[in-house]
Design a protein around this ligand. Structure first.
Ligand code: ADP
Length: 579
């Protein structure tokens, strides 16, 4: 404890003590710490029995803390209107003159009841305005209980103490504000990061219901909501599209005028439970658990297409950062909702097209079958002996009908594949069986072109696949190998295990595929550009279909290698079946 006031000694001692005090007081950036140091050092320095520090905030005085000489510091935090000090001339004088004001005790009858007791002991008071930038930002009141008045000698050091304290307090407050701002910026950045993460997460969902579900999940987590829903707008009503539990989906709700106004201005609207009226009959219980609502419009391209609503069970307002974050979610939501809609529409159109194709091909196939039947009967002599010229014509007609039927069948498979109605019946299949059967089916054509078909490799392997689909793929590959050759071809079918897959290869020594064509041959209706290709009949669907079928079974089909004039090797990979 300091026995002697430093300000009553030599001037240089005063300055030294003041510098030490300034360093001590300004040595912290925590406002509470600074206040504690000002009070402690100041009270001892001016030999007061009590020191009280108050801040001036707008037109209010906040009594921050009071310090008794015995060493006890009490945090007060009480707020008073500045008018209240009208009855205290000393305080008024100090604030107006920006100088310390001394006097007897403060006016007891004008003091707040809680101070009266403490003030009763006071004999002398010094009121020190805490000045910064020419403005009073706070006030230090020192009191002495003994009859030792503050004098003119105390004036200069007290003024200095006021200035040092004002500066230190101001710095600490600025630092605190800066910290708070930085923290807010950090929080905003974190929320933005969360929104970006959420965007990626939400965008990775393909189905509309999943997209919306994920969006609601992320948005409610971000704003700390207990309930959430997303609705599309239809006139003056909203239709619930998604809720976390799937409850209420499809229900229609009238738009509350306050929400409607928010929608028009493109802003989020906060509502209390009392304002959230108009639940459709029987659905009141859906909003009953909640006391606060935040509704944000989902707008895209200047059009509001829906609403994102968050609900909280506690009756406290949504924090402004949450409102801002919801705006971000609603922008994201609007875009996703619109994109998902467009994708869904495209998918529906694609499906409709596939369905149409299926029906059309079915219709086409029926008369072809009838015509084919009559042609066969006629050629077999069912309608009597045919003159040679007619037989030749009918034979050509029969070949063309068969080709048309093949095309119709391929188109039908394409339609089914694209319409996602072709689901594989997967079972354990021995490679040997699949290959032997396909080779047997190709034999008539192979003999016709005098081809040699060899099977090698590990045909004991088993795959998990749909037998008919594998048959179709192998038929296509073998047919192509037999077709695209200038000389009688040698075709090699091989099998080997590659990790958890079995690779089936079909290699030929035919015309090969130019680098240019290699990029296109798996596309729909795409054929090679070589004259040797175009002069043969074909639809350009075989490889497209075969790849689609392989993928349906969890496998793949690729051109492994090919060189113009030297042949090609295709590889079909399918999941291996455990032994
Ligand atoms: P298509 O045989 O009806 O033309 P595909 O989809 O089966 O239709 O084949 C596409 C194209 O790939 C063929 O037109 C041809 O140019 C090329 N192609 C496929 N298999 C071979 C092969 N084994 N040798 C050379 N070219 C081939």
């Amino acid at each position: 404890m300091i026995a002697r006031s430093p300000f009553q000694g030599q001037p240089q001692d005063d300055v030294g003590e003041l510098v030490r005090m300034a360093l001590d007081v300004a040595g912290s950036l925590d406002p509470r710490e600074v206040i504690a140091r000002i009070l402690e050092r100041g009270t001892h320095a001016v030999q007061a029995d009590r020191g009280t520090l108050s801040s001036l905030v707008d037109d209010h005085v906040v009594v921050e803390a009071t310090y008794g000489r015995a060493g006890e510091l009490t945090w007060v935090g009480q707020r008073y209107s500045l008018d209240y000090f009208e009855g205290q001339p000393l305080v008024k004088q100090a604030i107006e003159s920006l100088q310390p004001a001394f006097g007897g005790r403060l006016a007891l009858d004008k003091a707040a009841p809680e101070f009266r007791q403490a003030l009763a002991n006071v004999r002398h008071v010094a009121v020190l305005p805490l000045v910064h930038g020419g403005k009073v930002i706070g006030m230090l009141v020192f009191s002495r209980y003994e009859d030792k008045p503050f004098t003119g000698d105390d004036q200069a050091p007290l003024t200095l103490l006021g200035t040092i304290s004002g500066l230190a307090l101001r710095n600490a407050r600025l630092y605190e504000e800066g910290e708070a701002a930085r923290q807010r910026a950090d929080e905003t950045a974190a929320r933005l990061r969360a929104a970006v993460d959420a965007a990626e997460d939400v965008a990775s969902q393909v189905r509309l219901d999943q997209v919306l579900g994920r969006l609601l999940e992320r948005a409610s987590a971000s704003v700390g909501a207990d309930g959430a829903s997303l609705a599309r707008l239809e006139g003056s009503e909203m239709v619930i599209e998604s809720t976390p539990t799937g409850e209420l989906v499809g229900t229609r709700w009238p738009l509350i005028p306050k929400v409607l106004a928010g929608v028009r201005s493109g802003r989020a609207v906060e509502l209390s439970a009392a304002e959230y009226t108009g639940a459709p009959p029987g659905m009141e219980s859906a909003v009953q658990p909640y006391r606060r609502f935040l509704v944000a419009p989902l707008a895209v391209g200047g059009e509001t297409i829906g609403l994102l609503a968050m609900a909280k069970a506690a009756d406290d307002p949504f924090d402004p950062a949450a409102v801002q974050s919801l705006q971000q979610f609603s922008t994201l939501g609007a875009l996703l909702l619109r994109n998902a809609r467009l994708i869904e529409q495209t998918r529906e159109a694609e499906q409709a097209k596939s369905e149409f194709m299926s029906i059309a091909v079915h219709e086409l196939r029926a008369p072809l079958t009838v015509t084919g039947g009559y042609l066969s009967m006629a050629l077999e002599g069912a309608f009597g002996e045919l003159p040679k010229s007619l037989r030749d014509v009918l034979e050509t007609a029969q070949r063309k009908t068969e080709e048309a039927k093949t095309i119709a069948n391929e188109l039908l498979t394409v339609a089914r594949l694209e319409g996602k109605v072709l689901t594989p019946t997967v079972g354990r299949l021995l490679v040997r069986d699949a290959v032997t059967r396909a080779v047997a089916r190709a034999r008539p054509r192979a003999e016709l072109v005098r081809a040699s078909v060899q099977v090698a490799g590990d045909t004991d392997l088993a795959i998990l696949a749909d037998e008919a689909m594998v048959g179709k793929i192998l038929d296509n590959l073998l047919n192509n190998a037999l077709t695209y050759a200038e000389r009688p071809p040698t075709i090699q079918v091989g099998a080997q295990l590659e990790g958890r897959q079995v690779s089936l290869t079909v290699a030929d020594d035919g015309i090969g595929i130019s680098a240019q064509d290699q990029l296109r041959i798996f596309q729909r209706f795409t054929r090679g550009t070589d004259r040797l290709v175009t002069e043969k009949p074909g639809t350009g669907l075989g490889l497209y279909l075969s790849r689609g079928l392989a993928e349906q079974m969890g496998g793949s089909l690729q051109l492994q290698s090919s060189q113009a004039g030297k042949g090609s090797t295709f590889v079909l990979r399918l999941p291996a079946a455990g032994s």
